[in-house]
Write a protein that binds this ligand. Structure first.
Ligand code: ZN
Length: 459
């Protein structure tokens, strides 16, 4: 992990909590926190064009990256669905070693940083050996996630996942799910051990808890998880697929979001992933709880999940953030425009998430930065003193961005741009992306190639 020193970053313009400001000097202390922010300052230090808060990527299963592109042919079923995709994922897991998972995670985190994400909340459920037996060190796989964060320099909120059953009826885990399973006692031990490894990372790392879903844990497990999380964040997959809604309804007598609203004290320490299957009244009620909706537009499209009711959710004050989930492609700008475009396609409308004061891009970026930080339990999401310096600079020399100011540059980057618009990224002050490239890129890519070649041979 790169050690921090004090830094001065000067930006031609920056998106501050109260809006755009010019000639902004950001002083980052040696811990990686923002010590001061001054506008109208003379040019000095590391000079950038447009400085933004770097959003947290709030939902990822790093290992799934290595499956990208392998699930696009039709299977034997008459209709290819989420569930056929999941079968291939389980087969893939028969071969993945701890070192493979670490190398894939380092690659994924490197690409996230290059895409403009400042930190990551990893929803970590791959715990055991392929036959389901724990590794000699229970937290072997979690330790690999931490080692990847050390290599990539990306701030990590680790979310160990409790996964107990193969469905709402408490059926045992299927062979493909054996690597995920724990009873409560062993899970508590796993969380404690993972926490110890995480504590060796820089101080911006954090620990949360993730009860996998209402399919994989029972209501009393949920209470156990909340207790175990202490003051940490709680993440859960919720209402992703219609089939899941039907199963939960049959078992618990209510739709997943409806059930959770009635049975959990939802607040801003909760992050609910997907929520693509909600009624309008569930959407409004969820928005009012302050819980963050963890949206993964590209994965939700890839898996045919459905469309999140973003217009209604945001209108009622709902908080959201962005995750790359299956990591089939890692692009912050594409996730954000995917979210807006899904609303347009459904509503036959334009600039759906824009407000009278702010453009679509402004609402998307600021929403993802603030919601993502909340979901990760990370003091970040704004360029403001006392917060971690999770920062991203747009490249003012990019032909599409040159000479553009304020909301217009954000809209251009989000709706026409990609990772090539990103010049620099800092995660808690660690300056990991410079001139568009991660500083450890060559080594991380070489390891990833080696792992993929091995997997190609054994699968
Ligand atoms: Zn997920």
């Amino acid at each position: 992990m790169k050690m921090n020193t004090e830094q001065m970053i000067w930006a031609r313009q920056a998106l501050l909590p109260n809006g755009w400001a010019n000639d902004v000097l950001v002083h980052v202390d040696a811990l990686g926190q923002i010590a001061s922010v001054t506008s109208g300052a003379p040019r000095q230090g590391h000079v950038v064009d447009t400085l933004l808060p770097a959003p947290v990527n709030l939902h990822s299963h790093a290992f799934q990256r290595a499956m990208a592109g392998m699930t696009e042919a039709r299977g034997p079923d008459p209709r290819d669905t989420f569930w056929t995709w999941r079968r291939l994922m389980f087969r893939f897991l028969d071969h993945l070693t701890p070192d493979d998972a670490r190398a894939i995670a380092a690659m994924v985190q490197m690409e996230m940083l290059e895409a403009g994400f400042g930190a990551l909340a990893e929803f970590h459920y791959l715990h055991h050996q392929p036959d389901g037996r724990p590794y000699d060190k229970l937290s072997e796989m979690a330790d690999g996630m931490c080692a990847a964060a050390e290599q990539s320099g990306m701030g990590l909120t680790l979310l160990p996942v409790l996964y107990r059953f193969g469905g709402c009826d408490r059926r045992p885990l299927a062979p493909g799910q054996r690597r995920f399973g724990n009873d409560r006692d062993r899970f508590a031990q796993l969380v404690a051990e993972s926490g110890k490894t995480l504590a060796t990372l820089p101080a911006d790392s954090a620990l949360g808890i993730a009860p996998h879903s209402l399919r994989a844990v029972q209501p009393d497990d949920l209470a156990f998880c909340i207790d175990l999380a202490g003051s940490g964040v709680v993440h859960m997959h919720l209402a992703e697929q219609q089939e899941e809604v039907t199963e939960v309804q049959a078992s618990l007598g209510a739709r997943p979001v409806e059930w959770l609203l009635d049975n959990a004290a939802l607040s801003d320490r909760w992050c609910l992933i997907h929520c693509t299957q909600m009624t309008p009244s569930e959407t409004v009620a969820l928005a009012r709880t302050g819980a963050v909706a963890g949206l993964c537009p590209m994965t939700e499209a890839s898996l045919g999940d459905g469309i999140f009711d973003g217009a209604r959710f945001v209108e009622h004050g709902g908080r959201f953030g962005i995750g790359s989930d299956s990591n089939i492609r890692i692009s912050l700008t594409e996730e954000l425009r995917g979210l807006e475009y899904s609303q347009r396609l459904r509503d036959h409308s334009r600039a759906v998430l824009a407000t009278p004061d702010h453009s679509t891009g402004h609402v998307l970026w600021q929403g993802a930065a603030r919601g993502g930080a909340l979901a990760a339990g990370r003091a970040a999401g704004k360029i403001s003193s006392g917060l971690w310096a999770d920062l991203v600079a747009l490249d003012g020399h990019h032909p599409d961005l040159e000479g553009r100011d304020g909301d217009l540059i954000l809209d251009t980057a989000i709706f026409s741009g990609d990772t090539r618009c990103i010049a620099d990224v800092w995660s808690a002050g660690r300056h990991m992306v410079r001139a568009g490239e991660h500083v450890n890129k060559a080594g991380i890519v070489a390891e990833y190639r080696r792992v993929l070649a091995r997997l190609r041979d054994v699968m």
